[in-house]
Design a protein around this ligand. Structure first.
Ligand SMILES: [Zn+2]
Length: 238
């Protein structure tokens, strides 16, 4: 009897310690609301594909046992400063990832790029970019320092902004319009984050070839109980 009490106490202490050290990734689906659709071309609207990518990323991160919070989970406006402040609502935000797709007047522009602002965030940007390019084989526009308010003013110690492709480029738009491609991108971003956080190689989401991975629907991990939902008050202060 006494032994089981000790065991229960020990287990609850261990779970408390693990929750104190839990890693929290804040996911920011770019744009939102009627006035800020982001880049949009022939029915592919950035704010919607950003959100879809964010949900897929959330599920893959949960598969790694990484907690998540999202700046928005519906199509609603949210200011850049509210997004940047969002991580400050959590005790231990580990990192922040803003998800975007690109647009350009020059229709031939295509490829994927990942931005960081503070030097500390470069390593995460490189890990995500490396995984994205490896699995999508998209044009590598590189890891770049970007002066975007959402990462410049971010309250998370490490923050990056991913531009997953150009909606103004016909071929890339067709890819991005395919939910299987977005799932593939989400898995790649999750692998990049997991690598950055030091998860073992054996835990990485596996791909055969990019083509096969795109066609095969990748299994999505069930949502763990420790998932962090966005705080409603954090969604309205802007
Ligand atoms: Zn955008």
């Amino acid at each position: 009897m006494r032994r089981s009490v000790i065991l229960i106490t020990l287990l609850s202490c261990l779970s408390l310690i693990s929750s104190l050290h839990a890693q929290l990734v804040v996911i920011d689906p770019g744009h939102g609301g009627p006035r800020d659709p982001g880049a949009a071309q022939l029915g592919v609207v950035e704010k919607a594909v950003n959100l879809d990518l964010a949900f897929a990323l959330e599920k893959y991160l949960h598969g790694f046992g990484i907690n998540t919070a999202m700046t928005r989970t519906v199509d609603k406006p949210l200011s850049l400063s509210a997004r940047a402040r969002y991580a400050g609502h959590f005790r231990q935000p580990t990192l922040f990832v803003s998800l975007h797709y690109n647009g350009a007047p020059r229709k031939s522009a295509h490829g994927i790029e990942t931005f960081y602002h503070n030097a500390k965030s470069r390593k995460l940007a490189a890990a995500i970019q490396g995984e994205l390019i490896r699995v999508t084989q998209a044009e590598n526009r590189g890891v770049r320092r970007g002066n975007f308010a959402v990462i410049r003013k971010n309250q998370a110690p490490v923050s990056v902004l991913v531009e997953g492709g150009f909606l103004t480029n016909t071929l890339e738009r067709r890819k991005v319009a395919d939910p299987a491609y977005r799932k593939l991108q989400a898995a790649a971003i999750a692998n990049g984050i997991a690598r950055y956080l030091g998860k073992p190689e054996a835990a990485m989401i596996r791909f055969s070839t990019p083509r096969e991975a795109r066609i095969a629907a990748l299994p999505m991990a069930p949502r763990p109980r420790h998932a962090v939902r966005p705080a409603p008050w954090a969604m309205i202060q802007h």
